[in-house]
Write a new protein. Structure first.
Length: 669
C-alpha cells in the first residue's frame, strides 16, 4: 500500500554573527567542557556632560585584550560584553549586559570579571554610582537619582546572586580619577568605602583607597591608568617572577605586585598618593590568571619598545559564531531595526509593532530578546536625553513639549514592562522618572503623578522642582515656594532649582514688598497714666468773698484705639480716640480781703471723663524697618463726656474744644 507523504520545506538561513549589522544574543557555548571565563568590561573617556578622561576607554580595551590573549586564557570574544564611551549608557549596561549574562547561564566554577574604568561618585555611603556616558548631574550630586548612572548598590545585588551560585566574581574598578564631580572628595571617599565594606562574596580590586585619586598619564604605557597598567602587567606574568614562579598568578601575588609598584611610582613620578585596595585575604591563594610564557615575552617586548600595552593582537583560535533562523524571523527582525533607525517607534509598521510580531511568533528567541532590549533602551535613552536638558535648565512649557513629555512617560512605562522580568531592580529605579515625565505632560493628573514620583523617590530634587512649577502654574504660590525651597536644599549646587525659586518669589510679593508699595494697614491701642493738675486761674472777685484758688494734683488714666490707613508708601492717616479719666480738686480760699482774718479753705472735687479725638496725617521717613520715625500733623477735638455734680455747679466747663497739634514719633513693628 502506498502512502502519500506531504513534505514541507521551511527556508532556513545560516547566519554568521560577526558579519551581521545587528546580532542577536549568543547563548553559552556548550561545546566547551567545564567552567568558563566571562567578563563585563566598561570604559568611558569621552563623557558627554562631565569632564572627559584620557585613558579609561584604553584601559578597558587593554583589559579585554589581555583576557582574549593567551596570557588571559584566550577567553572567547562572545564571552566578553564590552561597552566603550557613547555605548556605555546605564540602559545598555543593565538591559543588554545582564540579558547577555542571562544567556550565558553562569554556573558553579565559572569566573566572571567585572571591570569598570571611568568616573565614580557618591551622594552618601548608601548611594554610590559609576557615572555612565550620558549622565548630566547639572552640577549637583542629588541629580544622580534621576538616572544616567550605574547604581553600584544594585550591581552588588547582581554579584551576590552569582557568588551564591558558586561563580567566582572579580570586581575591578578604576573610577576615582578626579574629585571635580559634584560629590567632590567626600564623594570619592564614600564611593570607595561603600564598595569595600559592602561585600557580596566577590574579590575586589580598586585603583585607590578611600579619599584618593587614580592617576592616568601619557607616560604610563602608551597612555593608561597607573593601576590598570600594573594590574595587567602583573596578571600577564610579571607578578609571578619570584623564585617560586609556578606560571600562576594568585590573588596574593597580584596584590603584592600592584602594591609594590603603584604607590611608589605615584609618589616618585607624580608626587601623589595612590594606594590600591584589595579584598579579601581569605582569597589569597586563588588563581587569578595562568601565565603563558610566549605571550609574556611578547608583552615584555612591547613594553621595552615603549609603545606600551598589548596593542598587538594575538592569533585568535576562536571560530566565528553561527546560529540559524528562518527567513520570516530575519525579515521581521530587519524591519524592526529599519523602523528603529527611522525613529518610527509606535503605531502601525513601527519598531513596537514588529517587536510584538516577534514576541507572538518567536517568544524567547535570541532575535526577539535582542529586539526587546533594544526597544527598551531606545525608550530609556530618549527619556534620559530629555532629562539631561531639564538639568541644563531647558524646560519648555509649551503644549507641544508637554505632549512630548507625555509620550516619553508612556514609552518609559513600556520600557519598564519590557525589562521588569529580567531586571526588576533597574525597572524599579526607572519608575520615578516615568512618573516625572507623566507629571510634566499635558494631563489633568499631573499632580497625582508628581506626588507618586515623590513617594517613589523622596529625595529627588528634580521632582520637588517640578512640583514647584506645577503649583506656580495653578497659582498655589505658598506651595510653590515650599517645593522650590526644598529643591534648593536637596540640590544646593543645581542652578536651575534656584532659577525656579527666584521665579516663584517674583510672582509672590513678600510682606516687605507689600509694605513698600502701599504702606501698612493696622489697628493700634494706647494706654497710659500720670498725674493731672487742675491749674485754675483766679481773676479776682471781691464781691464773692473769694480771695484765691489753688490747684491739686491727682492721678489720671487714659486708654484708646487707633487705625492706620495708608494713602501711599510713606503717607497715612491715623484716626485715634483716647478716653481719659481725671480726678483732681480745687481749693477755694475765702475771707477778709483786708487780711485781718485768716482765710477759709474750701476743697471742691473735680472729676471729668473726656474723649480726645484726633485725625492726624502721618509722614514716615522710612517704611521698611522695624523702627520707623514719623512726623504728625493733626486736627483734634476734646469732648467732655461727664463731670461730677459738685464741680459742675461751681465751675461748669466747656463740653468741647477744637485745636490742632504736631509731633514727632516712632512706629515700632
Amino acid at each position: 500500500m502506498r502512502k502519500n507523504c506531504l513534505v514541507i520545506i521551511l527556508p532556513v538561513l545560516l547566519l554568521q554573527a560577526s558579519l551581521s549589522a545587528q546580532t542577536p544574543l549568543i547563548p553559552r557555548d556548550t561545546t566547551i567542557a567545564g567552567p568558563q571565563t566571562f567578563a563585563m568590561v566598561v570604559g568611558i573617556s569621552d563623557y558627554r556632560y562631565v569632564r572627559p578622561l584620557n585613558y579609561a576607554d584604553k584601559d578597558a580595551e587593554l583589559f579585554s585584550d589581555f583576557l582574549r590573549s593567551p596570557g588571559g586564557g584566550n577567553v572567547p570574544k562572545d564571552n566578553i560584553f564590552s561597552l566603550l564611551n557613547e555605548k556605555a549608557t546605564s540602559s545598555n549596561f543593565w538591559s543588554k549586559g545582564f540579558q547577555w549574562m542571562k544567556e550565558k547561564r553562569l554556573q558553579k566554577g565559572d569566573k566572571l570579571f567585572i571591570y569598570m574604568a571611568g568616573h565614580g561618585d557618591a551622594i552618601d555611603e548608601d548611594q554610590y554610582f559609576f557615572i555612565s556616558y550620558d549622565c548630566n548631574p547639572g552640577g549637583d550630586k542629588n541629580n544622580y537619582l534621576a538616572g544616567g548612572t550605574i547604581q553600584l548598590f544594585n550591581l552588588k545585588k547582581k554579584i551576590a546572586a552569582e557568588t551564591a551560585k558558586g561563580v567566582e566574581v572579580i570586581f575591578i574598578m578604576d573610577a576615582c580619577r578626579t574629585n571635580e564631580l559634584p560629590g567632590g572628595a567626600e564623594g570619592l571617599n564614600f564611593l570607595n568605602t561603600a564598595i569595600s565594606e559592602k561585600k557580596a562574596g566577590e574579590i575586589i580590586m580598586l585603583a585607590t583607597g578611600a579619599g584618593q585619586e587614580s592617576l592616568e598619564d601619557a607616560s604610563i604605557g602608551n597612555g593608561h591608568g597607573l593601576f590598570t597598567w600594573y594590574l595587567v602587567d602583573g596578571l600577564s606574568g610579571m607578578a609571578d617572577m619570584s623564585q617560586s614562579a609556578d606560571r600562576k598568578v594568585t590573588y596574593h601575588e597580584i596584590q603584592t605586585y600592584v602594591d609594590s609598584n603603584v604607590p611608589a611610582i605615584a609618589q616618585q613620578q607624580f608626587r601623589r598618593n595612590q594606594e590600591p585596595f584589595f579584598c579579601c585575604n581569605e582569597s589569597s591563594e586563588k588563581v587569578i590568571s595562568k601565565v603563558d610564557t610566549a605571550y609574556l615575552r611578547k608583552w615584555m617586548d612591547q613594553k621595552n619598545q615603549s609603545h606600551g600595552g598589548n596593542s598587538f593582537r594575538s592569533k585568535r583560535t576562536n571560530s566565528p559564531s553561527y546560529f540559524t533562523a528562518d527567513t520570516l524571523l530575519v525579515e521581521t527582525y530587519n524591519k524592526f531595526y529599519d523602523a528603529l533607525n527611522n525613529k518610527n517607534l509606535n503605531g502601525p509598521s513601527s519598531a513596537e509593532d514588529f517587536l510584538n510580531q516577534l514576541n507572538k511568533k518567536y517568544p524567547g528567541n535570541p532575535y526577539t530578546l535582542d529586539a526587546k532590549s533594544t526597544l527598551a533602551i531606545e525608550y530609556i535613552n530618549a527619556a534620559q536625553a530629555k532629562m539631561n536638558q531639564y538639568f541644563s535648565c531647558f524646560d519648555d512649557p509649551s503644549t507641544a513639549e508637554k505632549k512630548r513629555n507625555t509620550e516619553l512617560g508612556t514609552n518609559l512605562e513600556k520600557a519598564i514592562n519590557l525589562i521588569r522580568e529580567d531586571e526588576p531592580e533597574y525597572a524599579e529605579a526607572l519608575i520615578p522618572q516615568m512618573l516625572f515625565w507623566k507629571a510634566s505632560g499635558e494631563t489633568e493628573n499631573a499632580f497625582q503623578y508628581a506626588y507618586q514620583a515623590l513617594a517613589a523617590q523622596p529625595n529627588g530634587a528634580f521632582i520637588y522642582n517640578r512640583l514647584a512649577l506645577l503649583h506656580l502654574d495653578n497659582n498655589n504660590k505658598d506651595s510653590a515656594l515650599y517645593y522650590a525651597e526644598k529643591a534648593t536644599q536637596l540640590a544646593p549646587k543645581w542652578t536651575c532649582a534656584f532659577g525656579v525659586l527666584n521665579k516663584v518669589k517674583e510672582s509672590k510679593p513678600n510682606k516687605n514688598n507689600q509694605l513698600l508699595k502701599k504702606g501698612k494697614r493696622g489697628i493700634g491701642f494706647t494706654a497710659g497714666g500720670g498725674t493731672n493738675n487742675s491749674n485754675p486761674t483766679y481773676s479776682g472777685n471781691r464781691n464773692g468773698g473769694i480771695i484765691d484758688v489753688e490747684s491739686n494734683s491727682a492721678g489720671a488714666f487714659g486708654a484708646g484705639i487707633n487705625y492706620t490707613l495708608p494713602l501711599g508708601r510713606t503717607v497715612s492717616i491715623r484716626p485715634e480716640a483716647v478716653f481719659n479719666y481725671s480726678n483732681t480738686s480745687i481749693d477755694f480760699l475765702s475771707g477778709d480781703t483786708t487780711g485781718g482774718q485768716p482765710a477759709e479753705r474750701t476743697t471742691v472735687p473735680f472729676k471729668i471723663n473726656s474723649a480726645h479725638i484726633t485725625l492726624p496725617f502721618i509722614f514716615n521717613f522710612t517704611s521698611d524697618k522695624k523702627a520707623n520715625p514719623y512726623f504728625k500733623v493733626a486736627a483734634s477735638i476734646d469732648l467732655v463726656l461727664s463731670q461730677d455734680n459738685a464741680s459742675s455747679r461751681i465751675i461748669p466747663v466747656n463740653k468741647s474744644l477744637a485745636f490742632g497739634d504736631a509731633a514727632f514719633g516712632v512706629d515700632l513693628h
